[in-house]
Each structure stands twice: as structure tokens, then as C-alpha cells.
Ligand binder design. Structure first.
Ligand SMILES: [Zn+2]
Ligand SMILES: [Zn+2]
Length: 418
């Protein structure tokens, strides 16, 4: 994995730009903090981000960007065209809140019971608005374009996919994409980077097992769906042990199994539901195909039938190595190498930034927000969570620095790219 951002002339021009970015970001921290707290007080659930989108559009238009509203229902896209032609880089934030009632007691706590920014997307939006304003002020120095994606419905609504389907990656075509997520397990202002798989795919399945019921005393006249269901559950456990690469993490769990009404009746059917977690496209595809094949083959062997239903979740979030190198160089310039950590383990959570990474090279990185000991910081998706405004300056500078580096030199080396 390369850490060299490019030639020395590129590096020195990046450092000049970086001092410019730092001064502009610092000057904006107060206003961006105010915006963040306003968004926090007015959270909106997935595909309902009307007020949030209007606030974003106002800010982007005031900064002189070309703005599209109503993308993927409530999303907003800003386009900043540099003074000279060049490649296009996209930066993405998610806008939606969660269905929780806030218990922080903050003066700017949610004004809506049952809605809360408990994943820090208020911070993501505010920092990306700040980044757009910083880069808009440097338009004369830019060769190429920067697109700012504010997407709806990251929390289970596949908003990222809807944005891709709405054509945000075209016109001008996006060459690379970056995003951050706040992270309570890192000290405030630290940056965490994970090469390769970062978050899991979370798919689910349901299997309806159809037999032929009858009297429990005459098993030769029936097709027993309970025995069949048990054989299927057992068979599914050979997927991880015998079908997927042992160094490629996959989990197959049957979490529900229901059948029958009485001790002396063999029922007509049984039903099971489960989840498949995976970290790679190959692991995901082979595990899901095996679920269906094992269920159908086992049913045929025992004179039964099955109906298999797979409900896709988000794909695995897989960062591109060269994009991680670029983020790392930009982050080290902002906070120093000692505060940039390379994360050893992926998370089994999901993230719909994965849809963009399936289509263009890029990376998501983590921005630390822990106020003190990381163990004491409220976790994401809890009623006492609050984004940390002390991370705003680092977030803006790292996003802006990443975009500038990409426009100047592209992805470093291009090696190791997936
Ligand atoms: Zn979340
Ligand atoms: Zn989130």
C-alpha cells in the first residue's frame, strides 16, 4: 500500500492549498456549528428530508454552485466547476435521522419526539456544506469539478442506490468518490482508515417448507416438513464450513423456525427466516446461492417443496486501496500521522455508501468524535448520542484536502486498486 501522494511538486502545491483550506475552514467553524445544531433540532426521517434539503440548497446556491433538488426524492446535488477543465470528484453526506426519542437534554435537542439525529448525519451534512463553501472560495485554483451529494435514506432506505439510479454519477462523470462517518470509538479529530472491506452486507432470507400433513401415527402417508426443515437448517451450516473461502468472513444464521400445532399432527408446512452477513461480493454471492440450492435440493430429496425468498440488504462496503492512500495523505497533512490510524477490523454494520463504491473508485473514512474515554462516549443509534462539533474543522479540512489532491494528481500510483 503506497503512502506517497505523488511527485514533490504536486506535494508542495497540495501543501500550499492545504494552508488555504485550513484558514477558510477555521473561519467557517462558527457558522457550520450553528447549522449543525439547527439540523440536530429538526431531524427528518428517510425520504422526508425536505427542510434539511432546503437548508442545504440555500447554502450551496449562496456559495455559487449549480444545485439540483429533489434527486432520489429529497436529495440535493451541488456542482462546483473549477476555473480549468479536469477530472470530477464527488463527496457524499447522508441526511436522514432515526426513529428514536432523544434523551440528551441538550439546548438544541430534537424538537420532534420519535425523531433524532442519533447517527451524526447532522454533522455529515454540516461539514459537507462547509467543505462546499471552502472549495467554492478556491474555484479559481481548481482544475476539474467537485460534486456534493446530499443523499436521503441511508438508514435502511437504500438512498445511495436511488441516487446512483437518478444519474448523479454522470454529467459530468464522477472519477472518484469519498465520504466520512463520525465514529465514537476514536478520539475527537482522529481519523481512521480501513483498507478493503469496511462494513458487511446484511441480507436476509425466508424459506417456506411445504410438505403433506397428516396423523402423527401414520408417518409413511405424509411428507414431514419439520424433519425437512431440520435437515435444511443443518445443511445451511455447511455453507460457511465448506463453500466459502475460510479467510473471507461469512455468517449464516437461522433466527426463526416455526411449525406445527399439536403433538399428534404432522403439519403441512414449516417456515424459517435467517440472515447472511458477508464482507465480499464473492462471499455474498456464493452464500446466497447456496442457501437456495441447499433448501431446494434437500426438499426434493425428501419429496417436499420449498419457496425461497432472499431480501437484499446493502452490499459490502469495500474501500479501494489507492483511494485510502489518498485519504491517508490528506488526513496526515491535517492532523499528523500519529492521529491517523489504519483500522485492523471491519465492522459488521452496513452502509449504503457501498452502492457508489460498486460503481466508482473511492473510500469512506472514520472521523473520531469521542470527548473523553472512548468507552464513555454514547454509541451510534442510542438516545444519548450527539455529534461532536469539535470535529468539524478536521472533517472539513480532510474532505477538502482529499478532493484537492484528487483533482491535482488523481489516485496515487493507481496500484492495488480493486
Ligand atoms: Zn446509522
Ligand atoms: Zn450513519
Amino acid at each position: 500500500m503506497s503512502t506517497n501522494p505523488g511527485s514533490s511538486s504536486t506535494a508542495s502545491s497540495a501543501i500550499g492549498a492545504s494552508a488555504n483550506v485550513a484558514a477558510r475552514a477555521r473561519a467557517l467553524v462558527g457558522e457550520i456549528t450553528t447549522l449543525r445544531r439547527d439540523l440536530h433540532a429538526h431531524p427528518e426521517l428517510r425520504f422526508e428530508e425536505e427542510r434539511t434539503g432546503a437548508a442545504i440548497a440555500r447554502e450551496l446556491e449562496a456559495a455559487g454552485l449549480e444545485v439540483r433538488r429533489g434527486v432520489a426524492k429529497t436529495g440535493v446535488v451541488g456542482l462546483l466547476r473549477g476555473a480549468r477543465p479536469g477530472p470530477t470528484v464527488a463527496l457524499r453526506a447522508d441526511m436522514d435521522a432515526l426513529p428514536l426519542t432523544e434523551e440528551t437534554g441538550l439546548p438544541y435537542a430534537s424538537t420532534h419526539p420519535g425523531r433524532m439525529h442519533a447517527c451524526g448525519h447532522d454533522g455529515h451534512v454540516a461539514m459537507l456544506v462547509g467543505t462546499a463553501r471552502v472549495l467554492a472560495g478556491m474555484r479559481g485554483e481548481l482544475s476539474g469539478s467537485v460534486k456534493f451529494f446530499f443523499q436521503p435514506a441511508e438508514e435502511g432506505g437504500h438512498g445511495g442506490l436511488r441516487m446512483c439510479e437518478a444519474g448523479v454519477l454522470e454529467d459530468p462523470r464522477v472519477d472518484a468518490i469519498f465520504a466520512l462517518h463520525d465514529w465514537p470509538f476514536l478520539p475527537v479529530g482522529d481519523i481512521g482508515i480501513r483498507y478493503g472491506p469496511m462494513m458487511a452486507a446484511t441480507d436476509s432470507f425466508a424459506i417456506e417448507v411445504l410438505g403433506q400433513g397428516g396423523h402423527a401415527a401414520y408417518p409413511h402417508k405424509v411428507v414431514d416438513p419439520i424433519l425437512l426443515a431440520c435437515r435444511i437448517v443443518e445443511g445451511l451450516q455447511s455453507i460457511v464450513s465448506r463453500e466459502v473461502n475460510p479467510v473471507d468472513a461469512v455468517v449464516v444464521t437461522v433466527g426463526k423456525l416455526h411449525a406445527g400445532t399439536a403433538v399428534n399432527i404432522i403439519p403441512n408446512f414449516a417456515r424459517m427466516e435467517g440472515t447472511v452477513r458477508s464482507m465480499s461480493v464473492a462471499g455474498r454471492e456464493s452464500a446466497l446461492a447456496a442457501v437456495a440450492r441447499i433448501a431446494e435440493g434437500t426438499a426434493t430429496a425428501h419429496r417436499g417443496r420449498v419457496k425461497v425468498e432472499i431480501t437484499p440488504g446493502y452490499p459490502p462496503t469495500v474501500n479501494h486501496d489507492a483511494a485510502c492512500d489518498l485519504v491517508r495523505a490528506a488526513a496526515e497533512e491535517v492532523v499528523g500521522a500519529a492521529r491517523v490510524s489504519i483500522l485492523g477490523e471491519p465492522s459488521m454494520g452496513g452502509e449504503d455508501f457501498s452502492y457508489y463504491l460498486q460503481r466508482v473508485p473511492g473510500a469512506m473514512f472514520r472521523l473520531g468524535i469521542a470527548r473523553g474515554a472512548v468507552e464513555a462516549e454514547p454509541a451510534l443509534h442510542t438516545t444519548t448520542f450527539n455529534f461532536n462539533d469539535d470535529a468539524i474543522e478536521v472533517g472539513i479540512r480532510t474532505l477538502a484536502g482529499t478532493a484537492l489532491r484528487f483533482l491535482e494528481a488523481g489516485l496515487p500510483g493507481g496500484k492495488g486498486d480493486r
